[in-house]
Design a protein around this ligand. Structure first.
Ligand SMILES: [Zn+2]
Length: 191
């Protein structure tokens, strides 16, 4: 006899989200559900995206170039669609500027569009404060865990395990109101 439930399973089982990339047209508009952006350098390696490792990165050893990609939980109310929005460095500055002036990115309205409107057009971001009184609004996703599952890597979210860094990595906060530790443990060179 199955053990039926009338509730979703315990959320230690990770819910995943589809990745949404900047379109060619029209612009995409939605509401940010994350408190912070999360980004990292990615290689295209052996037919798949591989995040660049701080040390002993196999793709770096083969001199394969990398690109920074940022991620945010992204809610499109009209479609009732919650996605993981992937955006390039070109759009990240606008988002970071907004974050520096507000306590959180959550509930901000974000628009991405390509200029000119073609597949390799530069991705431009516009962002503004949004309302916070939605009847339904998704929880902030655990972006690092979701990406680790998509990329099939361990989720390295413990900053004490990261001894050196080539590029800025931002630690996502569940409560969203702490300044991220941009250079955690930078002086510790053990290991
Ligand atoms: Zn690398």
């Amino acid at each position: 006899m199955p053990n039926w439930t009338r509730e979703p399973p315990d959320h230690t089982i990770l819910a995943t989200l589809p990745i949404l990339r900047a379109p060619t047209k029209p612009a995409i508009v939605g509401v940010i559900t994350s408190y912070e952006m999360v980004g990292c350098n990615l290689h295209w390696y052996k037919g798949r995206s591989l995040p660049c490792e701080d040390r002993k990165c196999p793709a770096c050893e083969m001199k394969i170039p990398w690109r920074w990609k940022g991620y945010l939980g992204f809610w499109q109310p009209a479609e009732a669609q919650h996605s993981l929005l992937e955006f390039p460095a070109a759009a990240a500055d606008t988002i970071a500027d907004f974050r520096s002036q507000h306590s959180t990115l959550r509930y901000a309205i974000l628009e991405l569009k390509r200029v000119p409107v073609k597949a390799n057009g530069r991705v431009l971001a516009r962002i503004k404060p949004g309302v916070t009184d939605y009847k339904i609004f998704p929880q902030a996703p655990d972006v690092e865990k979701i990406l680790a599952r998509i990329w099939d890597i361990p989720a390295s979210i413990d900053p004490t395990q990261q001894k050196s860094r080539k590029a800025l990595k931002i630690i996502a906060r569940q409560n969203g109101f702490e300044q991220p530790e941009l250079f955690p443990d930078a002086t510790n060179t053990n290991n």
